[in-house]
Design a protein around this ligand. Structure first.
Ligand code: TXA
Ligand code: MG
Length: 361
């Protein structure tokens, strides 16, 4: 049997670690141990309200290199730095009035703000950029851990590079057991999609680099000029402002196809495909019944928050089913591109998970 370390992402030489798994709810003494691991250069996976993060001391270049190795992440994709309170950003970034306005409105919460970095943040964290992403998560366990660490914590999503971000501890264990020093269980992540990443471009203007649960309309209540950066809608562009936007992301192992048509036509099409192929259907609760165990459900059709919350889990469930059964294709609805709410975030993740494969019905 091949081990998880014989993978194709260049982590063959990784030494297998003994991973401590802390069950939920984490006790204070367990979080203290986890904070000591981070302070001494180790890797700790912790829950946040968006997705699980794979954390290391952001001041420690060699610990940060460990993150890239554990994930098999390209070194030109920068990491977000996590703090327990927005003011802590002062220690490693040049804060601005707009940063504090955004922090007052949305932190702690699912927002990352890009700021000019100070020199104490190693280049490996920011992939050589002169900016750094700052995020202050609202998840209680993340907040307690970050307070105990007393250093900023660099943390990307805790998935192997290219896989869907982890929203449950089982996802993390699947990808990271043996690769990190500790995993803290914090239950299912509330939002299920990564934070909104914004780049301030002036005193009262910003660009959204990655859409998330903090929506464009919400940002407009604080900032006069809010625009979506090129590529942030999920389209492919050569030089995105956020390096992460150029990578293949979230893709399940079987091909995912987005079906562009009326919902009832999508259901009819998938039912007919099921007769000829081994398919899975990622669908709304109301459409699931005819498909039995071939349906992976996103929640009720009208419940966008549930779609966001469940999407990555559905993609991972599809992979799990694919381990024991042949799966020719996974179908789901072409999401609405939308301007506001969670639509842009869901669209961005799905279009990339599908590698832009859309079938017009
Ligand atoms: O919700 C989240 O943001 C999660 C949790 C763990 O906090 N983290 C996360 O990290 O999603 P990651 O590394 O998977 O995604 C970070 C994204 C990448 O697309 C990266 O390119 C972008 O943020 N990014 C980070 N620093 C940047 C910078 N200085 N300039 C532009 N983009 C940056
Ligand atoms: Mg990620």
């Amino acid at each position: 049997m091949s081990s998880i370390f014989d993978d194709s992402i260049g982590t063959k030489s990784l030494e297998k670690k003994k991973t401590l798994v802390v069950s939920a709810p984490a006790r204070e003494d367990e979080l203290t141990v986890a904070s000591h691991i981070i302070q001494s250069g180790g890797l700790v996976v912790f829950p946040t309200e968006t997705v699980y993060g794979l954390g290391a001391n952001a001041y420690d270049a060699s610990a940060v290199m460990g993150i890239f190795k554990a994930k098999g992440r390209p070194s030109d994709n920068p990491l977000i730095v996590h703090v327990s309170k927005p003011e802590d950003a002062e220690n490693f970034a040049y804060t601005t009035t707009l940063f504090y306005k955004l922090a007052k409105a949305f932190m702690p919460g699912p927002l990352t703000v890009i700021l000019k970095k100070r020199s104490n943040i190693p280049a490996s964290v920011t992939a050589g950029l002169d900016t750094v992403g700052v995020r202050c998560p609202s998840h209680e366990t993340a907040h307690r851990l970050l307070s105990l660490c007393k250093v900023p914590v660099a943390a990307p999503s805790a998935n192997l590079s290219g896989r869907p971000s982890p929203t449950k501890v089982t996802h993390v264990i699947e990808d990271m057991n043996g690769r990190v020093d500790a995993i803290i269980d914090g239950g299912e992540c509330e939002y299920g999609l990564e934070s909104t990443v914004v780049l301030p471009t002036g005193e009262d203007s910003l660009k959204i680099l990655r859409p998330g649960a903090v929506t464009a309309d919400a940002l407009r209540c604080v900032c006069g000029d809010v625009t979506l950066a090129d590529g942030a809608d999920g389209s492919d562009i050569e030089k995105p402002l956020s390096p992460g936007m150029k990578y293949k992301h979230y893709a399940p192992r079987s091909p995912l196809i987005l079906l562009d048509g009326k919902r009832e036509d999508v259901v009819t099409f998938v039912a007919s495909e099921m007769k000829q192929k081994s398919c899975l259907f990622i669908c709304y609760d109301e459409d699931a019944a005819p498909f039995g165990d071939r349906a992976l459900t996103l929640g009720r059709a009208s419940d966008e928050a549930s779609h966001a919350h469940r999407l990555f889990d559905c993609l991972r469930c599809a992979d799990e089913i694919g381990e024991t059964k042949r799966i020719d294709v996974i179908y789901t609805y072409m999401p609405a591109k939308g301007e506001d709410g969670l639509s842009p975030a869901i669209y961005n993740r799905l279009i990339r998970a599908a590698g832009h494969t859309v079938m017009k019905l």
